[in-house]
Design a protein around this ligand. Structure first.
Ligand code: GYE
Length: 319
């Protein structure tokens, strides 16, 4: 019995020695990933998904946190190029300003995958694929929900908007999609719109300013993510108003914190935006290196969760 096991081991050893690039001896894929930071619950879940999926796929992950700064992302990408990683992936904090560094990656023949957010470049050959949500559609979903909620009402609907990070794809697109829907109806007016940088602290601070300026004349808050809505909810309560009742609140992501707020009756609806991009990313990395064709755009499928569905949905949520 023992001898047979030993013989089998010897056979495997000689096979791997003869074909060093197959089976157990294959070199580990190295993936360099530049993350934006840790500004929201969404982002934390996204980082966890990427780390867990890399481990699961047996891919060596070099993970770099840019702390919201584009210059740090550019530095990280340059360092991945210098280290000759097999693939570079990143979630670009803003849309513009990537051409130079992407050209450097291309010159080094390192394929680039965009996750979550898009870039604005003239030459699409600078990246292999872009995987993530359709942010314009998310904005439209938010707008359609509001139009439906306000049907039958004749009075003006005064909306304040908390935008995401200035110049980022989700801030630009979520505004665009929402406006596209509400502009067809003269009752809807965005009376104030400012960035809250996708964070709770900023969401609260800007909502305080909105409340000071508008008093009780705010009907709706449209927040580009749940964290800003959660910060704003605090500001609304501190101002002596009831979030979810005195002010209708719409946000995007559908993270756990949003479900808690919905179950408590403080948030009216959250449009889903999935951060669980890790497994898709690892599959694409393997396909690219195996020379398989990968679609230029991989869109995440998502839903919408009104407050009434929150209690039933909450236990099923993974982020
Ligand atoms: O909605 C927000 C995060 O890019 C989709 O970034 C992502 C957004 C997400 O900070 O919460």
């Amino acid at each position: 019995m023992q001898r047979r096991t030993w013989l089998a081991a010897l056979a495997i050893a000689s096979i791997t020695a003869a074909w060093p690039m197959t089976g157990m001896a294959q070199k580990k894929i190295v993936l360099g990933f530049s993350q934006i930071g840790a500004e929201s619950e969404w982002r934390t879940a996204n980082s966890e998904s990427i780390k867990a999926a890399a481990k699961e796929a047996g891919i060596e992950l070099k993970f770099s946190d840019a702390q919201q700064k584009q210059e740090n992302q550019i530095k990280a990408i340059r360092s991945f190029i210098a280290q000759k990683v097999d693939v570079i992936a990143f979630s670009p904090v803003v849309e513009s300003g990537w051409e130079t560094v992407l050209r450097e990656a291309q010159a080094a023949k390192i394929p680039v995958v965009l996750t979550d957010r898009a870039v604005n470049v003239k030459d699409p050959s600078l990246y292999v694929t872009f995987m993530g949500s359709d942010f314009v559609e998310e904005g439209r979903k938010a707008g359609r929900w509001l139009v439906d909620k306000m049907k039958g009402r004749t009075a003006e609907v005064r909306i304040v908007e908390l935008q995401g990070t200035v110049g980022s794809a989700p801030a630009i697109d979520r505004k665009k999609g929402f406006e596209e829907i509400i502009k067809t109806d003269a009752r809807f007016k965005i009376v104030r719109s400012q960035t809250g940088d996708f964070t709770r602290a900023k969401g609260k601070e800007v909502m305080e300013a909105f409340l000071k300026a508008e008093g009780k004349k705010i009907d709706v808050l449209y927040a580009h993510n749940d964290d800003m809505a959660i910060g704003a909810i605090q500001a609304i309560e501190e101002a002596g108003l009831k979030p979810g009742k005195d002010i209708t609140i719409i946000s995007i992501d559908a993270v756990k914190g949003a479900f808690e707020a919905m179950v408590a009756g403080k948030l009216n609806v959250s449009v889903e935006c999935s951060p669980l991009l890790g497994p898709q990313l690892m599959a694409a990395v393997k396909d690219i290196l195996a020379g398989k064709p990968v679609p230029k755009r991989i869109v995440t499928e998502e839903g919408i969760f009104p407050m009434e569905t929150a209690a039933a949905e909450a236990p099923r949520r993974k982020y």
